[in-house]
Design a protein around this ligand. Structure first.
Ligand SMILES: Cc1ncc(COP(=O)(O)O)c(C=O)c1O
Length: 316
């Protein structure tokens, strides 16, 4: 039975080296072990793709800097990776981005350029910055360098825990799951890759069902990192290599976050907790297709929670 054998380990980072922590005997409801946490520098997995993209640029190109538009985690990661290479990072951020994510960009040396919340505004401002600076665009997910950087998660995971048969991955634009799926299935073609997506931004689930990219007129979820839509690079990977998409609502997300804080003592943002919410959801547990999942890794993908907003709600 799946719920008795969900595995396994926590991948944390110490001096840039992944640490594998096994927690035998851990028990939350019927989960017998621990989930998987991947929270490297900048507070989310995004540092992997950002580093790969920036450090693979030729010197002359890198010197002009990089540009991106992002609601947060990619922006912070790109800022940090750019500062490590000593090149400028121009970050177009929508005005409604969580404050902690903007603070992270500034902390890591990124130059903030504000846009409206719409994708159209973000893209047109990024294009203008590109023209003015000659910098290189590093897209948050629809970029092969980003996808392959995120794929390093699978390499580390399967090196340390080759018995894993299922990986549960948050999905938004699909860069994370594309990298994870391509790398994991090239090592073990039988491994299952399941996406976890919020109900209020379930474009990927709708796209899988329709067999083509579906975008939504609007999104509504507390998972602020999961509101983007699939791109032309990530869609074929999601279509062909993602086995299923588990959709959860925000109340399930909040329960999973509570569990992370109260029991696991791990700081996770809503987008980061969605894999755990998916595994705990009734729709997953009651789906007989997934009964054979025995060693399940859950990617807890980010910890940049807007604590300011949380404190304010406390004070009310
Ligand atoms: C914490 C977190 N998890 C998951 C994702 C999803 O990544 P992707 O857009 O590559 O699917 C994001 C994207 O911003 C994120 O910030």
């Amino acid at each position: 039975m799946l719920s008795e054998r969900v595995c396994l380990l926590s991948l944390l980072y110490h001096e840039n080296q992944p640490l594998c922590i096994h927690c035998p005997g851990f028990s939350v409801s019927s989960i017998s072990d621990f989930g998987l946490t991947i929270i490297p520098n900048s507070g989310a997995f995004k540092f992997r793709g950002a580093c790969n993209a920036i450090f693979s640029l030729p010197d002359a190109q890198a010197a002009k800097g990089v540009v991106t538009h992002s609601s947060g985690n990619h922006a912070a990661a790109l800022s940090l990776a750019a500062s490590l290479r000593g090149v400028p990072a121009y970050i177009v951020i929508p005005r409604n981005a969580p404050k902690c994510k903007v603070d992270n960009v500034v902390r890591y040396g990124g130059k903030v350029i504000w846009s409206d919340a719409t994708m159209q505004s973000r893209e047109s401002i990024a294009t203008k910055v590109l023209q003015e600076t000659g910098a290189v665009l590093i897209h948050p997910f629809n970029d092969a360098r980003i996808i392959s950087g995120q794929g390093t998660i699978s390499l580390e995971l399967l090196e340390q825990a080759p018995e894993i048969d299922t990986i549960i991955v948050p999905i938004s634009g699909g860069g994370l799951i594309s990298g994870v799926a391509l790398a994991a299935k090239s090592i073990n073609p039988a491994i299952r890759i399941l996406a976890a997506e919020p109900k209020g931004a379930n474009d990927a689930a709708q796209s899988k069902a329709a067999g083509r990219i579906i975008t939504l007129p609007e999104t509504n979820t507390i998972a602020d990192g999961l509101r983007a839509f699939l791109g032309d690079l990530t869609w074929p990977v999601v279509r062909d290599f993602v086995d299923d998409i588990i959709v959860v609502d925000d109340s399930e997300l909040i329960e999973a976050m509570k569990l992370c804080y109260e029991i696991l003592k791990v700081a996770v943002e809503p987008s980061g907790a969605i894999g755990l919410a998916a595994v705990l959801s009734e729709s997953f547990r009651s789906n007989t297709t997934w009964n054979s999942c025995t060693n399940v890794a859950i990617i807890l993908s980010g910890g940049n929670l807007d604590l300011g907003a949380l404190w304010n709600s406390y004070m009310k």
